[in-house]
Write a protein that binds this ligand. Structure first.
Ligand SMILES: [Zn+2]
Length: 204
């Protein structure tokens, strides 16, 4: 009895009159993304799986971080980051379909603090530029992966040609590896070194 009363009281403390739930770290558990290639879309899925198989065969270590991510997660990432880093005015944040979040806390200071908690929980604290509102991840057409290897590796491209990589760096930023990925239809992010793990169907 006492417990349920307390639970009810806590729940109401986190909801405002419009039935929205206040922002906070708990939102990072909603609308989860995927790390599996099976959530990628159609032909891109097969391209990625073939590219990863070729890298694995060559002895390259592949650690997948994100494949598909729902748009709702992007709304949370984008606005939490902007409240913290751009001092975005919470009253100007547009409503998001299916995301009943209230960014404005009754005590003003809590608004930024809760957004900071979300930035941490969503793992975007180290981002220097605002996360995009939409991305190829929303369409299942992008993958984030960390790649590393030792010494020299020989990787088969999509045409069956074995390419020996002796160049640096031994990461996903390696020019030769980027060319190999492109033969499979997996394009390295074209915006420079800002998004090291990101590959997609079109380089965006
Ligand atoms: Zn990405």
């Amino acid at each position: 009895m006492a417990t349920s009363h307390l639970a009810r009281k806590q729940a109401s403390a986190h909801e405002n009159r419009a039935g929205k739930e206040l922002s906070g770290a708990q939102w990072a558990r909603r609308f989860p993304g995927s790390r599996g290639t099976s959530d990628l879309s159609g032909t891109f899925r097969h391209a990625v799986e073939d590219f990863i198989a070729a890298m694995a065969e060559a002895g390259i270590r592949v650690k997948m971080d994100a494949t598909y991510r729902p748009t709702k997660r992007y709304d949370l990432m984008h606005w939490a980051w902007r409240i913290v880093n751009d001092k975005a005015d919470v009253s100007s944040i547009p409503a998001m379909g299916g995301v009943d979040i209230e960014w404005q806390h009754p005590a003003g200071a809590d608004t930024v603090r809760a957004a900071e908690d979300m930035v941490g929980a969503l793992s975007i604290r180290r981002l220097r530029t605002r996360p995009a509102l939409r991305s190829q991840h929303n369409l299942g057409l992008a993958i984030d992966m960390s790649l590393s290897w030792h010494g020299t590796v020989s990787v088969k491209d999509a045409n069956g040609k074995l390419v020996t990589i002796r160049t640096m760096p031994r990461t996903g930023m390696n020019r030769q590896l980027i060319e190999i990925g492109a033969t499979y239809g997996v394009k390295k992010y074209g915006g420079g070194g800002r998004d090291v793990p990101h590959w997609s169907n079109n380089g965006r």
